[in-house]
Design a protein around this ligand. Sequence first.
Ligand code: HH2
Length: 285
Amino acid sequence: MSLTLRCGTMSYDLAARTHLMGVLNVTPDSFSDGGRFLDPDNAFRRAIEMEEGGADFIDIGGESTKPGSAPVTVEDELRRVLPVIERCSGRLTVPISIDTTKSEVARAAIDAGATLINDVSAGVFDPAIVSLAGRSDVPMILMHMQGTPATMQNQPIYGDVTREVAAFLDERAKNAQGLGVKQVIIDPGIGFGKSLEHNIRLIRELHILTTSGHPVLVGVSRKSFIGSILNLPVGDRMEGTAAAVAACIFAGVHIVRVHDVREMKRVAVMCDALKPLHVRADLTL
Ligand code: HH2
C-alpha cells in the first residue's frame, strides 16, 4: 500500500521506506548544535551536507525548545531562519520544513519556500498556524508536549502516557483536518514534558501511534533519555541514537528526525531491510 506525502512539488511514498528529517537549528542555544549554524552560509552548507547524506527533509528552526529555554520574539526568529530558507530555497532538491510554533514565522517561511510546518505545540501555542497550513495547502507535523519548554520537565505527570499522548494527537489531528489541513503527521514529542520512564514507555508502545491511522514522525536524536540510559554527554550519543532509531523503525515509524543524517541513513536502510513483515503501513494521511 502506498502512502503519499506531498510537499510542494515533491512527493514521497512514506510506506516504501523510512524517511529522514535532518535537523538544522539556527539558534545560539539548541541543546546539541546550538551556535554552530548562526551564519547563513554555514547553515546552507550544512543543509547541502545533510541532503547529500540522505535527508528527505531539512527542518530549519530558530527557537530552541530545550527544557528551560526562554521564548524568542517573532522578529528574532525570522531574523535567524529567513536568510537560511532563502538560501536553501530552489537550491535544495528536498522539501524545507519550518520548525516553529508561530503563525507569523510559518507564513514568512512558506513565502520564502518552506513546504512543511513542524509545530512542537500541535497548534496549541498559536492556533492561527493550523488554519495557515490549511489555507496554504502545506502538511503539518503535530507534536505532543506537556506544558511549555520553560517548565515542561518540572515533574511531568500522566496516568497512561501513551494513551494520553495518542488521544491528544488524535484530537489535534481532527482539529487540523477540520481547518483544512489535508496531510497531518503526528509525533509523541520525546523529551517534551516526559520523564525517563515516560520516554521509554512511549518508545516501547509506539505501535499504538503507528496503528492509529496517521503517519508518525519521532525525534530521538541525541536526547537526554539516551544520556540517562548510557550515562553519556550529548556529544557522545551516536550509538544510543542509532538504537533508538532502530526501535522506532521496527515499530513502524515513517520519519525519523535526526542530526547525524549520514549515519542514521545507514541505520534506516539496514532496519528497513530487516523490518518484520507484520509492521505494516496501513494508513491514511
Ligand atoms: N525535537 C526538538 C525540536 N523539534 N520537532 C519534532 N517534530 N519532534 C521532535 O522530537 C523535536 C522537534 C528538539 O531537538 P533539537 O531541535 O535538536 O533541539 P532544540 O530544541 O534545543 O533546538
